[in-house]
Design a protein around this ligand. Sequence first.
Ligand code: URA
Length: 234
Amino acid sequence: MLQRLDKFVSHATGLPRSEVKRRLNHKQISLNGQIVTQGKISVSDKDTITFEGKELHLSLPGYFMLNKPAGYTSTREDANHPSALDLIEEFCNPALHAAGRLDADTTGLLLLTNDGQWSHQVTSPRHHQHKIYLTTLAEPLTEQALRLLSEGVMLRGEETPTLPAQVERVDEQIIRLSIIEGRYHQVKRMVAAVGNKVTALHREQIGTISLDGNLQPGEYRRLSDQEVSAFLSS
Ligand code: URA
């Protein structure tokens, strides 16, 4: 698909065409590594257009997986933590959001998109996507606590117990917990409900998407078409 450069930049950034013209005049936009000043040039999805140091993409919407490091919030606004969304160095329009939040101290798989319908498929309990957490505990897990977690526990301040979960013992103080709901601080509160405490939490998987082992903390990649469509067909 061919499109005028100025129209594309305006579409991808949300800036009016007059502002894009100004940026072109100020030599702030490059096409395949070369500064360009003419808005009428035709571009295609094979071209790389860079604006404010970030690549713009014609192929919207965007779908990414990030290996979230500790200390980052998965929302945009948080006075105390930098946002994990800012680790994605690609310009997407509309802006990205997390499909299934993680606490600031939780690490691992964070899915990011600007496709609200897709994130609903990922997060809505109606779609029964399993979320798998490697969970490190302060105390060894008793047999009784393991049974309670797998049957469902009552969380403080709530009226219905959690749905049954799968609990796999990895080590004396490490479990792999698979849940389909996404209640507020759910894993930490489930573990607290059985008299223990989470000391580290790492999300490994959502539905069929596992965290890519090649991604170091803070690194991300685009999801493959197959990964994206896995949620759309579920
Ligand atoms: N459950 C929690 O308690 N925290 C998370 O970040 C994710 C699930």
